[in-house]
Write a protein that binds this ligand. Sequence first.
Ligand code: NAD
Ligand code: UDP
Length: 325
Amino acid sequence: MDAMGPGGVAGTRELERMKILVTGGAGFIGSHLCERLVSEGHEVVCIDNLFTGSRENIAHLESGDRFRFFEHDVQEQFDGQYDRIYNLACPASPPHYQYDPVETVRTNVLGMMNCLDLAKRTGARVLQASTSEIYGDPLVHPQQEAYWGNVNPISKRACYDEGKRCAETLCFDYHREYGVDIRIIRIFNTYGPRMAKDDGRVVSNFVLQALRGEPITIYGDGTYTRSFQYVDDLIDGMIRMMEQEGFVGPVNIGNPGEFTIKELAEQVIELTGSSSEMTYLDAVKDDPKQRKPEISLAKEKLQWEPKVDLRQGLKKTIEYFQSVA
Ligand code: NAD
Ligand code: UDP
């Protein structure tokens, strides 16, 4: 594809106004990233095939002159001159990435190669939105970047986990072989406004169930843990990492506050004042039992740590779902 216009922004770095490509920019995290980058004065191009994202997420940006959207699948080549490429294109919720697992692998691997090939041709810097799923069902707790993980390569989650692992491999191989300027962040469970209603991840499921007075669906016995990060904290960490010199990662970006799924359900019920009851369903196969980021590397290299605790973040997320329910 070469529909993105002339590109070419000689001199923008001196003005600190950059031309930035965001793949998957119409999704939950991508739309927040695009919004922040536009508000910082950058020119942002978003490409997305709208599989799980939506034009509604970016409608407020499309009316401005520093943002452009192109419907495009990252599995197909794309072009343009950019200072920065953020690669977020990939369905992120288990039901969505398992819906068509081969597509998920293709998106991860071919999408990453297309970003890296573009960076190789043009000198752009690429940041890959990797994931804590790299660690699989971890045998080390909390997870630090040096841990190689415990992924079942033939499970139903593997299309995502192994796809993301291969994408990291590609980043490092393009970096070592061709000198491509890469950054890798491993994102831990992130939530907030603009998660899709049908997303299927735990925070949006529980908030919507609580607001509708429906049973809160706990898979398994509710003792599995996750560490939940509010989206604004992630965007801060992501941009800091992109602009950090001399450090390519990978680096964990997550909130170390760890909660059982039952504790999450209790907080959501309390904050919504819901009459919903918890219902216990079958456990999900290969579901990681525990997850918590070790973030000392991010603190040291990026002077970053999350600021929004679960209660504050849930309140904002509940307000959002109340407004769109
Ligand atoms: P999301 O599903 O809301 O966003 C993904 C976006 O990518 C959507 O807009 C979707 O339409 C688009 N997309 C999917 N396949 C594509 C393709 N082939 N071509 C072009 N666009 C495509 O999910 P999200 O939570 O915003 O996640 C964004 C990124 O962050 C993903 O790469 C995900 O793996 C990563 N991540 C998210 C979390 C989290 O907790 N939210 C955790 C770890 C990593
Ligand atoms: N989960 C749950 N009920 C739901 C959705 C998810 O109990 O309605 C559980 C899920 O089994 C997992 C945790 O919540 O243990 C986080 O799931 P999510 O899909 O949000 O993210 P991931 O598994 O990718 O961390």
